[in-house]
Design a protein around this ligand. Structure first.
Ligand code: ADP
Ligand code: MG
Length: 690
C-alpha cells in the first residue's frame, strides 16, 4: 500500500465509508494521512468534585449517590443522576440515554468527563462520557487526536483507519539531506506523520509539527523562487507616464483619497513610468480602499495603450470588480473597454471575450484564474493586478505575467505582515502600505458575549433586517458531527444553524447558507443572491472571508468565536462597516474560560489588524498551534507565518542555499527532493477556489 492506494483497500472501508471520506476530500491513503487532526483531547487527572470549575471540561471520579431520575418531555428523555465525593456533589444530565438507569446504580464508582456548568446549588455536567477506572487510566495524559468529521463518520472510526494506514503504507524515503535535518533539528518525515496522528506527549507533537511546517514553507519558497533571479531588476518595457485620465477621475470621485492612498498611488505612478518594471505589493487592512488604487493603475495602463488584467480569487469578487469598474467607466467617462472572463460563462460568451482580448478591443480584462487559461491570448498586456493574492499560488500570478512581456505587477493583500516576513514570502516585491481607513467610516461596534445572549442577538438581527439591512452569521463547521457536542464545548454548524435561525426569526426573513463543500455553481448563486439582497441573513463558514463587498450588510455574528484566530475574526469583521450605516459585530464565545474571553476582548478594543495579530500571538500557547488558524488568508495548511516566523526564516535560508548550489536540482543527491517538490508543485497549481 502506498499513498496513491484508494482508501477502499483499507480493511473495513466499504463503499459507504468511502463516500463519507469523499465528502472530506479523502480518497487515497495519502490523503487520509495528510488529514491531520484538528486538535487533541487531553484526558487529565480526575479532579475532586468540589474543584470541577464551571466552564471547563474535566474528569471527576465519584460514586452515584442517589437513584437516577428520568423525565420525559415529548420525545426527549432526560436522565439526572447525582454523584458525590467528600468534597462536593455534581449533577449529571444525560439526554436520550434512558438505558443508563441500569448502568448507573447507586454506589457505582466511575469516572465522568464533560463540560461543567454552574446551575443552581449543584453544578451540572451535561452528557458526560463514562469510563471505568481502568479504562480511564489507559487514556490518562494522552493526546487523543480529534479529526474533522462528517455525519456518519466517528472520530473513533477515523482513528482506526489512520492506524491501519500508518501501519500498512510504504512511506517514500526521506528526501531531505540528513545534514539539513540535523542543522534545523527536524525529525524524519515518517516520524513526523506518525507522531502528528498519535503523539506520545506534547513535546514530540511539537517536534513533529516543526517538520511538517518546515516542509510546507520549504516547498512553497522553493517553488516561488525557482527560476527567478531575485537580484535582477527587470527593465521597464512598458513606460506608462501619468495621463490626464487618472487626474480627471480623481477630481470627479465623490471622496478624496486618504493620505495613505495618495502615497501608494504616487509610488505606483513612479514605478509605471520609471526605469524598471513594477513589482509591488500593496498591503492594506480590509476596507482601506485598495480597489481605487488598482483602478488608477489600470486606467493609466489603458491610457497608454496597454491592456491591464485584474485577477480575483472568486467569481463573485471578479464580477463585483467588473461591475464597480464598469460603473466608474460609465459615470465618469473613463476610457475603459472592459471584458469579464470567468469559468461559469457560456462557451459562446467566452469565445467572444477571447476574441476581444486577442484583437486588443478590450483594454481591461477582469476575471478569475480563467484569465490564465491557455486559450487566452493578450494583445498587449502591460499590467497585471492580483487581488487578495495569497489565495492564488504564486504560480498563477506568474502564469498571468507570462501572458505578456514582462508586464508590471501589482499585488493587493489584506493580510498584515511585518516587512521582514513580507520579504521572505513575496521575495522581490516592493512593499506599499495603506495604513489608514477613509475618514467617513463609522467605527464598527463590537461585543463579546456568551451563548446566553443569542435570543437578544436574534431580536437585534430581526430589527436590522426590518430596517433593510443584511446579516452574516459565521459557524466553524459545515455539518454537525456527534462527537463535538459530547463532552467538549458544542460547535455550531452552518446547516443546522440556518434551520435554527429560520425558526427563531420572523418568517418573512430570508435565511440561506453557504459553505466550501457546496458545488462552485451553488456557491456563486448564493453569494450573488446575497449581493443582490434577495437573501437577508447568510449563515456561512469562513468562505465569505475574502473581499466580498456588500455595503448593505451591517451585522457580523460569529458563533464559536473562540475557535478562530483573531486575525481571521478581524478579516470577517471587515465584511461589515463598508457602507454608510452603523455596523455591528457580535462575537459569541461558547467557551466561558477567562482566557478565551480575554483573547476576544482584544478585538473588542482594537480595529488595527497589525496590533490584533501580534497580541493574538502573545496569548497563545504551543498547544493551541494546531487548532487555531491565525491567518486564514495565507493558505498554509499547518504552518502559520506569525507563530512559525522562525521556521519560515530557516526554510528560507535552506532554500536559498539549495538554489545557489543546484538551482535545477540536477545533482543525483537531489533526485528524491526533486520528485517530492514536483509533486508539491502539481498540488499547488490547483486553483483553490474559496
Ligand atoms: P479593500 O481595501 O478592502 O479592498 P475597497 O477598495 O473595497 O476596500 O473599499 C471599500 C469601500 O471604501 C468601497 O466602497 C470604496 O468605494 C470606499 N472608499 C475607498 N477609498 C475611499 C476614500 N478615500 N474615502 C471614502 N471611501 C473610500
Ligand atoms: Mg478588496
Amino acid at each position: 500500500m502506498d499513498r496513491d492506494t484508494p482508501i477502499t483497500e483499507l480493511k473495513g472501508v466499504g463503499e459507504k465509508t468511502a463516500r463519507l471520506f469523499g465528502k472530506l476530500d479523502i480518497r487515497t491513503v495519502g490523503e487520509l494521512l495528510a488529514a491531520y487532526p484538528r486538535d487533541y483531547e487531553v484526558f487529565g487527572e480526575p479532579v475532586k468534585i468540589g474543584r470541577a470549575a464551571s466552564g471547563e471540561v474535566c474528569a471527576v471520579q465519584g460514586a452515584v449517590s442517589g437513584i437516577p431520575n428520568e423525565r420525559r418531555i415529548r420525545n426527549l428523555s432526560i436522565l439526572n443522576v447525582v454523584i458525590a465525593d467528600e468534597s462536593g456533589r455534581l449533577q449529571l444530565t444525560f439526554y436520550n440515554m434512558p438505558f443508563l438507569k441500569k448502568t448507573l446504580r447507586q454506589g457505582g464508582f466511575y469516572i465522568f468527563r464533560g463540560l461543567v456548568r454552574a446551575k443552581g446549588a449543584v453544578p451540572v455536567m451535561e452528557q458526560p462520557k463514562i469510563f471505568s477506572l481502568a479504562d480511564y487510566d489507559r487514556l490518562m495524559n494522552r493526546l487523543v487526536p480529534r479529526y474533522a468529521l462528517t455525519k456518519g463518520l466517528t472520530n473513533q472510526a477515523v482513528q482506526k483507519y489512520v492506524r491501519q494506514a500508518l501501519a500498512g503504507c510504504a512511506f517514500e524515503p526521506e528526501y531531505h539531506d540528513p545534514a539539513l535535518l540535523e542543522e534545523n533539528q527536524l525529525v524524519s518525515w515518517r516520524e513526523a506523520v506518525e507522531t502528528v496522528h498519535f503523539p506520545d506527549d506534547r513535546d514530540s507533537l511539537i517536534r513533529a509539527r516543526r517538520r511538517l511546517v518546515f516542509d510546507e514553507f520549504f516547498s512553497f519558497l522553493y517553488l516561488m523562487r525557482r527560476g527567478r533571479q531575485l537580484d535582477r531588476q527587470l527593465e521597464n518595457r512598458h513606460r506608462m507616464p501619468e495621463t490626464a485620465d487618472a487626474r480627471r477621475f480623481l477630481e470627479q470621485l465623490p471622496f478624496p483619497l486618504t493620505k495613505a492612498q495618495e502615497k501608494v498611488w504616487r509610488e505606483i505612478r513612479e514605478d509605471l513610468a520609471g526605469e524598471s518594471c513594477m513589482n509591488r505589493l500593496v498591503q492594506g487592512d480590509v476596507g482601506s480602499g485598495k480597489t481605487i488604487v488598482a483602478v488608477l493603475a489600470l486606467l493609466t495602463a489603458a491610457a497608454n495603450g496597454y491592456q491591464g488584467a485584474l485577477m480575483a480569487p472568486t467569481e463573485v469578487l471578479a464580477v463585483q470588480h467588473f461591475e464597480t469598474i464598469q460603473g466608474y467607466a460609465e459615470k465618469y467617462g473613463l476610457i475603459f473597454r472592459p471584458v469579464l472572463l470567468v469559468g461559469s460563462m457560456a462557451a459562446r460568451e467566452k469565445r467572444e471575450a477571447y476574441r476581444a482580448i486577442a484583437a486588443g478591443e478590450a483594454n481591461l480584462i477582469v476575471g478569475t484564474h480563467a484569465l490564465i487559461q491557455e486559450k487566452v491570448q493578450y494583445r498587449s498586456l502591460g499590467l497585471v493586478v492580483t487581488d487578495e493574492q495569497h489565495r492564488f499560488g504564486v504560480r498563477q500570478r506568474e502564469l498571468l505575467a507570462q501572458k505578456g512581456e514582462d508586464p508590471h505587477i501589482l499585488v493587493m493583500s489584506a493580510t498584515p505582515i511585518p516587512r521582514t516576513l513580507a520579504i521572505i514570502l513575496y521575495g522581490d516585491l516592493h512593499l506599499s502600505v495603506i495604513d489608514e481607513l477613509p475618514a467617513d467610516r463609522l467605527p464598527i461596534k463590537n461585543c463579546v458575549v456568551n451563548t446566553g445572549y443569542r435570543p437578544k442577538a436574534y431580536r437585534f438581527i430581526a430589527g436590522q433586517v426590518a430596517q433593510g439591512r443584511q446579516v452574516y452569521v459565521i459557524c466553524p463547521q459545515v455539518e454537525g458531527d456527534a462527537d463535538d457536542a459530547e463532552g467538549g464545548i458544542p460547535m455550531e454548524n452552518v446547516v443546522d444553524y440556518a434551520e435554527t435561525l429560520k425558526s427563531a426569526l420572523p418568517a418573512d426573513i430570508r435565511v440561506s447558507y453557504l459553505h466550501g463543500r457546496m458545488r462552485p455553481g451553488d456557491k456563486n448563486r448564493i453569494m450573488n443572491q446575497f449581493a443582490e439582497h434577495s437573501i437577508d441573513v447568510l449563515v456561512s463558514t469562513t468562505v465569505i472571508e475574502v473581499g466580498i463587498n456588500v455595503p448593505n450588510a451591517t451585522v457580523m455574528m460569529v458563533e464559536n468565536a473562540e475557535r478562530f484566530g483573531l486575525a481571521q475574526l478581524h478579516q470577517l469583521r471587515g465584511r461589515v462597516g463598508r457602507g454608510e450605516h452603523q455596523s455591528y459585530c457580535i462575537f459569541v464565545s461558547a467557551d466561558e474560560k477567562a482566557e478565551s474571553m480575554e483573547r476576544l476582548e482584544i478585538l473588542n478594543k482594537s480595529n488595527d489588524g497589525f496590533h490584533i495579530a501580534s497580541e493574538d500571538l502573545k496569548l497563545r500557547g504551543p498547544g493551541e498551534l494546531f487548532g487555531i488558524r491565525q491567518s486564514g488568508e495565507f493558505s498554509f495548511r499547518v504552518g502559520d507565518i506569525y507563530a512559525d516566523a522562525g521556521l519560515l526564516k530557516q526554510a528560507s535560508e535552506a532554500v536559498d542555499r539549495l538554489l545557489a548550489a543546484d538551482p535545477e536540482l540536477s545533482l543525483p543527491e537531489h533526485g528524491r527532493l526533486k520528485a517530492h517538490l514536483e509533486r508539491a508543485a502539481e498540488a499547488g497549481v490547483d486553483f483553490r477556489s474559496i
